[in-house]
Design a protein around this ligand. Structure first.
Ligand SMILES: CC(C)(COP(=O)(O)OP(=O)(O)OC[C@H]1O[C@@H](n2cnc3c(N)ncnc32)[C@H](O)[C@@H]1OP(=O)(O)O)[C@@H](O)C(=O)NCCC(=O)NCCS
Length: 201
């Protein structure tokens, strides 16, 4: 693949730092506040730092889309799915939801819930095969109608559980298959306080 093609490839990351979070906020400000006139306090609703994981779809450094997952005891909730207007060709949205499903399944979840814009129910049924929760009432907030949908997902054999080896569980969210900083730390001999590794650099 050429360097130019790489630059335009869409990648989805779990947000792990402030810059990643700023990218997610930029997309949400553009899409929800800018396009849908959502008030700031309704968009940034107090749930961004509470039991939430943010995903960012990007081409190189440029954010294209975002999605928020919130984790409950036996279901996860997909929220704030947004793709910037000039990147709406289905690819970023598909990549974001695929990553969300993979992440939730690896964490052992079997059920995803979402409130989707009532005008997009057909889209979500077609693209993600969601089912409308007919017994649940529609909601209206931020000036729009929402319909509750769900998606059954299947955890893989290596889903994270209480019996997952400790060092795997300690790896960064979603990066459970790559050695992390604590794997390297575990290989190091126990250090006396005076031997802090940064002192010998
Ligand atoms: C939802 C979203 C992520 C989908 O992105 P995408 O897959 O790249 O695709 P598009 O935006 O081109 O839309 C996909 C389909 O939904 C339709 N659609 C998008 N917005 C719509 C709206 N407000 N009303 C009705 N239809 C709409 C498009 O016409 C298109 O239909 P088609 O597939 O039959 O041609 C993107 O439209 C978006 O960010 N929307 C604003 C934020 C939002 O509403 N999020 C979803 C909350 S449930």
């Amino acid at each position: 693949m050429s360097a130019q093609a790489d630059e335009h490839a869409i990648e989805v990351d779990v947000v792990r730092d402030v810059n990643g979070f700023l990218r997610a906020l930029a997309v949400r400000a553009l899409v929800y506040m800018g396009e849908q006139n959502c008030p700031f306090e309704e968009e940034f609703d107090g749930n961004d730092f509470c039991g939430a994981t943010h995903l960012i779809a990007r081409a190189g450094a440029e954010p294209l889309g975002t999605l928020r997952l919130r984790w409950f005891a036996n279901f996860a909730k997909i929220e704030r799915v947004a793709v910037v207007a000039n990147a709406r060709d289905g690819e970023a949205a598909r990549a974001l939801v695929t990553k969300a499903v993979t992440l939730a399944a690896r964490k052992g979840y079997r059920r995803l819930i979402g409130y989707v814009d009532a005008t997009l129910v057909t889209y979500w049924k077609r693209t993600q095969r969601v089912t409308v929760r007919e017994q649940r009432p529609r909601l209206q907030f931020s000036g729009r109608d929402y319909v509750e949908v769900e998606l059954a997902i299947a955890p893989p054999a290596d889903a994270i559980s209480a019996d997952t080896p400790g060092l795997i569980m300690l790896r960064p969210e979603g990066a459970w298959d790559e050695p992390g900083v604590l794997d390297r730390s575990a290989e190091r001999a126990t250090l006396a306080t005076a031997e802090a590794p940064w002192r010998s650099r």
